[in-house]
Design a protein around this ligand. Structure first.
Ligand SMILES: [Zn+2]
Ligand SMILES: [Zn+2]
Length: 302
């Protein structure tokens, strides 16, 4: 099954520019509104998308034959970059038709008319289109890495290096499992809408590995002590603090694809205070950096 990554400007709804102007979609969007503004505007059960590609989309790479006008059955993964940085998946079309040449829309919605938009490149049934709500956009796509999405707005993801990412995204589209994990996260840290941070939290909420990390540290040291300030929940709170600590992910997200497998050595035992402070850094503070910043070594032994 062919897959095509299409990078567009960042919008909340892609349902007209009114109150939802695209940002950061490349140089084009710095000057005017992109044609992706109606990428999730429905017309009679269909959805019509556009991506600004530097050349024609190579539909042969998507399975089209010689002389074909379009490739069929393509999965479109829409990506965009929010102000907070990075590139994330914002939605997808399944079973899409991707045309070589822009197609004229035969019927326009009022929103299309308002936006003076009467052509498209990609077509799908609206039941096959899914837009991820802004606060759930947590799947980071690595850019400018070997075999990864480059500066171009369309990416065929056919390099061997992309295989892993593609299969994970296909799995995500199928199961939406990361979103389900995400629903368990309380957004109380105050960085809602920042996909880098969300992805970070999602990885930390992978219960199995968090449990394993705690077990291993406990079996090796006999305690769960904050690696920054040595705070120990059990020592401070007694029995209710037994076995309690938070687990922080050390690998900065710009070095990971956001869907990468977490290893035990990538995790650190921290207390809730230090954990929040680590997250105040952008990029995240290192444990040693935070340790140096601490003016009062509360939990530390004299
Ligand atoms: Zn601490
Ligand atoms: Zn953390």
């Amino acid at each position: 099954m062919a897959i095509l990554f299409c990078n567009v400007g960042w919008m909340n709804n892609y349902n007209g520019a009114k109150g939802d102007i695209p940002k950061r979609g490349g140089a084009f969007n710095d000057h005017s509104i992109g044609h992706e503004v109606c990428n999730f505007t429905e017309i009679d059960g269909k959805i019509f998308g556009y991506v600004r590609s530097s050349g024609k989309i190579n539909i042969k790479k998507l399975g089209a034959g010689k002389g074909d006008e379009f490739a069929d059955g393509v999965t479109i993964v829409w990506t965009a970059g929010p102000d907070s940085g990075g590139t994330v998946v914002v939605g997808w079309y399944k079973n899409a038709k991707v045309y070589k040449e822009p197609q004229k829309l035969l019927k326009l919605s009022n929103i299309h008319k308002e936006n003076k938009l009467d052509f498209y490149l990609i077509e799908a049934n609206s039941v096959d289109a899914h837009l991820i709500p802004v606060n759930d956009r947590a799947i980071l796509i690595p850019r400018a890495v070997k075999g990864g999405i480059g500066q171009s707005n369309v990416w065929y993801a056919q390099a061997p290096e992309a295989k892993n990412l593609v299969s994970r995204i296909q799995k995500y589209i199928k199961n939406r499992d990361f979103v389900d994990i995400f629903q368990d996260v309380d957004g109380g840290v105050g960085l809602e809408g920042n996909p880098r941070f969300k992805t970070h939290l999602i990885r930390e909420r992978n219960r199995k590995i968090v449990k394993e990390k705690k077990q291993i540290v406990f079996s090796q040291t006999g305690k769960l002590e904050c690696e920054v300030c040595s705070f120990n929940f059990k020592n401070t709170y007694g029995a209710i603090g037994e076995g309690f600590c938070e687990v922080h992910h050390l690998v900065p997200l710009h070095q990971a694809d956001g869907l990468i497998e977490t290893k035990l050595e990538d995790l650190a035992i921290v207390c809730s205070n230090c954990h929040r402070m680590l997250h105040k850094g952008n990029p995240l503070f290192k444990l040693t950096e935070l340790k140096k910043m601490m003016t009062k070594k509360i939990g530390l032994k004299k």
